[in-house]
Design a binder for this molecule. Structure first.
Ligand code: NAD
Length: 475
């Protein structure tokens, strides 16, 4: 297959049992910047899903029996192959997902780094206890077939943080991307077809219709799911019938708490970037800002100034900072939040549609809006940021915590110690102090409350793809 072909003239295939195969049918993938058809995606049916699971199941015995270092070496080869095709993957990612090309390059580089990090990790047998009469060992054993289900905001890197640890641990996979961003995943499947034994990684694509068949399949041992909290609840119900292992990386409504000692001019660009990166379509994006009375006016004005200056456009156009919303449904949803903000708050920048084509919405800043509005309570997942006022810091912390979500949060202050004390009181999986989105391959992350459970990245993220086995020896 010619890597130079345009996405629209390329033939995308599912990967089942080591073979690249057409789908039972196909569907169109839309470029959200142009609303034109980008490519045809093969669509699997239930029979193909079953074949993919069967292939992964039959590959498991040999794959899991290979020494961990051999699996790590193959993972490194996969990382090298992806790295060698960075440009092709980045351009395809921009066209299917919408993000500006430099950010797509960043996602590809991050994906390579994730694979390399997991390739170098280990699962040594641990001695848990040693006495005169007993020696207790703990071994980490693979689970079997893992279903990896991913969303459309970071289709490549969110896949790699499942594929990397699963393969190193000795599991095999059936991968299913979101229907609006399947192409980079299918292309990654081609690399797997070249480099891995048949059946170790299988890639299927659907139109949001195969999820429950996959999560309830009796031969799947674990589901590694990233997506919305609403779908996460369905996944959890579905895996219950066979008591599968489960990690859920779900939605968030992350608060930024700004303390009264900051310089609004210095902090505003960081908050703005944290809210608007990837056009706000980040699980860990800043989704609400709590600012004290003393700097509220100035912070709002600075954020509005940044929103007015933002360059919105096709991610392939040089200089674009913010691409389109990824799909029409999300575009419509965000328009709904703008209408809500107009009715209940004051829009001080953005809020007007961009002339088409493309699902573009300019960064939008909203002030003087109450905590009980939809924009503040729900996950907007788009470029619209409410700025809320507070007079008492403890009250702001309580308001930040008054949500079913608990994914991330940020605290901003000139005094890191004071900010850390605030961070200790926030109910979420991650709190950053004076920085944002610093996700490192060796630091675990995941949700609290209804933002999910289980961890990805780090040693914990690797061990999620195993189970602990105890060997208790008499001496
Ligand atoms: P989504 O829940 O609609 O879809 C996610 C995936 O689930 C897709 O592949 C979809 O096809 C599949 N799916 C749909 N119905 C299913 C079912 N019944 N069973 C199994 N799978 C099913 O999410 P989305 O709209 O693609 O992504 C946006 C959401 O993802 C946001 O809420 C965002 O916060 C969240 N997210 C979370 C993280 C995290 O790490 N916590 C990271 C990125 C995105």
């Amino acid at each position: 297959m010619n890597a130079e072909l345009q996405p629209s003239t390329r033939d995308y295939r599912l990967l089942i049992g080591g073979r690249l195969v057409p789908g039972a049918s196909s569907f169109e993938v839309i470029n959200p910047a142009t609303e034109r058809v980008l490519a045809l995606c093969p669509r699997a049916d239930v029979a193909q899903l079953n074949q993919a699971v069967a292939a992964a199941k039959s590959a498991f015995g040999t794959w899991s029996a290979r020494p961990l270092r051999e699996r790590g070496a193959l993972l490194l080869k996969l990382a090298d192959a992806l790295s060698a095709k960075s440009e092709e993957f980045a351009r395809l990612l921009t066209q299917e997902q919408g993000k500006p090309l430099p950010q797509a390059f960043g996602e590809v580089a991050g994906s390579v780094a994730m694979l390399r990090t997991f390739a170098g990790m280990d699962l040594p047998v641990k001695v848990l206890k040693e006495t005169e009469s007993t020696r207790v060992l703990q071994q980490r054993v693979p689970l079997g077939v893992v279903a990896a289900i991913t969303p459309w905001n970071f289709p490549l890197i969110l896949l790699m943080i499942k594929v990397g640890p699963a393969l190193l641990a000795g599991d095999t996979l059936v991968v299913k991307p979101a229907p609006s961003t399947p192409l980079t995943t299918l292309r990654f499947g081609e690399l797997c077809a070249e480099l891995l034994p048949a059946g170790v990684v299988n890639v299927i694509a659907d139109q949001n219709d195969l999820g429950s068949a996959l999560t309830s399949h009796p031969d799947i041992a674990k589901v590694a799911f990233t997506g919305s909290t609403a779908t996460g609840r369905k996944v959890m119900a579905s895996v219950a019938s066979t008591l599968k292992r489960l990690t859920l990386e779900l939605g968030g409504n992350d608060a930024a708490i700004v303390l009264d000692d900051v310089d609004p001019k210095e902090i505003a660009p960081k908050i703005f970037a944290g809210a608007m990166v990837n056009t706000g379509q980040v699980c860990l994006a800043i989704k609400r800002v709590y600012a004290p009375d003393s700097i509220y006016e100035e912070l709002c004005a600075e954020l509005a100034r940044l929103a007015e200056a933002a360059v919105v456009g096709d991610g392939l156009t040089a200089g674009s900072q913010y691409g389109p919303l990824q799909n029409k449904a999300q575009f419509d949803k965000v328009q709904g939040y703008i209408a809500d903000a107009r009715a209940h708050g004051k829009i001080i920048a953005g809020g007007t549609p961009v002339k088409g084509p493309g699902y573009f919405i300019r960064p939008t800043i909203v002030r003087d809006i109450a905590d009980d509005t939809r924009l503040v309570r729900e996950e907007q997942f788009g470029p619209i940021l409410p700025v809320l006022r507070y007079s008492d810091l403890n009250d702001a912390i309580a308001r930040a915590n008054a949500t079913e979500y608990g994914l991330g949060a940020t605290v901003w202050s000139k005094d890191p110690q004071r900010a850390t004390e605030v961070a200790l009181k926030i109910d979420s999986g991650t709190v950053w102090v004076n920085k944002h989105l610093d996700l490192q391959p060796d630091v675990p992350f995941g949700g609290a409350k209804q933002s999910g459970f289980g961890r990805e990245l780090g040693q914990e993220g690797l061990e999620e793809f195993t189970q602990a086995k105890i060997i208790n020896i008499a001496r």
